[in-house]
Design a protein around this ligand. Structure first.
Ligand code: FE2
Ligand code: FE2
Length: 268
């Protein structure tokens, strides 16, 4: 992985800079109800990055020094995105409700998921390629989602905040994508990654949270011609990865789940 400048990447990592954002301006501009819902959804995802990371930490991902350094910076930055979005929502009069605490121990499904991830990572050496590919797709959809939210919500303070967050998301995407490009050059890794994406990929947050919420948000963000173009751009970018030339991603997901598809179901 000699082509990637990790030191340069780390040097640009840090907590989201909120300097100059005038929070008192927030309630002075209209904020569509759909934008509030979208922000609540995204805030929840951002602030629970540490939960997603938990099962990863039991895997080989942290054996790779580049990946482990990246993950530490990534978690830090995503956590600040969650804090910033909560602050915006509060300023807009929609404080984020406290998340219900899980009862006692983690659920059986969470435990199984963590064990399965750990087992898989030990069983084959291509885990990192899968993880990096997955990360690239998710960061790109997140980045695109924020870009669309900025456009459709049309709120000046939100636009400023989202632009700052998007700068981080595009750096996250860049890291995952470069790593995936390298690691997918091995046909075996590309085969496994492609199989798993084909069978199990869904947008971040699929299968968790209120049923139908993700679909509603997708409809709001990717409505119309511009939305279609944004979706196609995501898919085209991922199709440039080795072994992914014919992959069906967001466009297919949208037509199944958000554009009137009634019998679709999400999986993580
Ligand atoms: Fe983020
Ligand atoms: Fe990110």
């Amino acid at each position: 992985m000699t082509t990637f400048d990790l030191d340069g990447w780390v040097a640009r990592s840090g907590a989201l800079d909120l300097t100059g954002i005038d929070w008192t301006e927030v309630p002075r501009h209209p904020l569509p109800a759909q934008a509030v819902r979208t922000l609540l959804y995204m805030q929840d995802i951002e602030s629970h990055t540490i939960v997603y990371l938990r099962s990863l930490l039991a895997t080989r991902a942290i054996d790779d020094p580049e990946v482990s350094t990246f993950l530490a910076c990534w978690l830090y930055e995503e956590t600040f995105h969650g804090i910033a979005l909560a602050r915006f929502l509060e300023a807009a009069g929609h404080a984020v409700p406290p998340r219900p605490k899980p009862h006692g121990q983690e659920s059986l499904s969470q435990w199984l998921e963590a064990r399965a991830t750990a087992l898989l990572s030990r069983a084959w050496g291509n885990f990192c390629a899968v993880h990096m590919t997955w990360g690239a797709i998710n960061e790109l959809t997140t980045l695109t989602g924020y870009l669309r939210l900025k456009t459709v919500a049309g709120h000046p303070v939100l636009s400023d905040l989202l632009e700052r967050i998007m700068r981080d998301e595009s750096r996250h995407f860049f890291f995952y994508y470069r790593q995936a490009e390298e690691r997918l050059r091995r046909p075996a890794a590309a085969g496994v990654a492609r199989f798993l994406v084909d069978h199990f990929w869904g947008p971040v947050g699929s299968g968790v949270g209120v049923p139908g919420e993700l679909e509603l948000m997708a409809k709001y963000l990717f409505d119309g011609e511009e939305g279609q173009i944004a979706i196609r751009k995501v898919d085209e970018t991922i199709r440039r990865l080795p072994g992914f030339a014919t992959v069906q991603l967001l466009e297919t997901w949208m037509s199944r789940h958000a554009n009137g598809g009634r019998n679709g179901h999400s999986h993580r």
